[in-house]
Design a protein around this ligand. Structure first.
Ligand code: ZN
Length: 155
């Protein structure tokens, strides 16, 4: 599992790891998995549902629209079937407010997925800027409207 970010530094690693360690050696199950109640039952019986002394490496508990983490019993319950694409969605959702994410890469066995962020927004902004404010059509490369002759003022 790997997460690539724009500015790799220790602080970013720490922020990402805080969240990601919830998935490290954790059991990841879909919320409607028939195993889920059985597993919680076993944890209950063994008295480790709310934590075990050996479980030293805990991430913060989180609940998003896509997943809920129970760090005390090393369990993550997801809304969707766990795929590399789904994993990227969950991780992006968790980290997007904390980090400026450009790209997330996930690999799991032979499966891999890459998702890039931010490029589309940039393209959209660029497009808006290069439209004629009078006709709404795209300006020429030299910033002139091919219909009405409006010329973009250089700022
Ligand atoms: Zn025009």
């Amino acid at each position: 599992m790997g997460v690539n970010m724009v500015f790799p530094c220790n602080e970013i690693k720490k922020i990402a790891w805080d969240v990601l360690q919830n998935f490290d050696h954790a059991l990841i199950l879909r919320e409607d998995d028939p195993l889920l109640p059985a597993i919680l039952g076993v944890y209950e019986v063994q008295g480790i549902k709310n934590g075990a002394p050996t479980n030293m490496q805990k991430g913060p508990a989180f609940t998003t629209e896509l997943a809920t983490a129970y760090p005390e019993c090393r369990l993550v319950v997801t809304k969707e079937t766990m795929t590399v694409e789904g994993m990227i969605k969950i991780v992006y959702d968790l980290l997007k407010d904390k980090l400026n994410i450009a790209k997330i890469t996930f690999t799991s066995g032979v499966n891999g997925a890459v998702q890039e962020y931010g490029k589309e927004d940039h393209r959209m902004g660029q497009k808006e800027k290069d439209r004629c404010p009078l006709c709404g059509i795209m300006l020429n490369a030299d910033g002139t409207c091919p219909k009405c002759g409006y010329k973009k003022r250089s700022s």
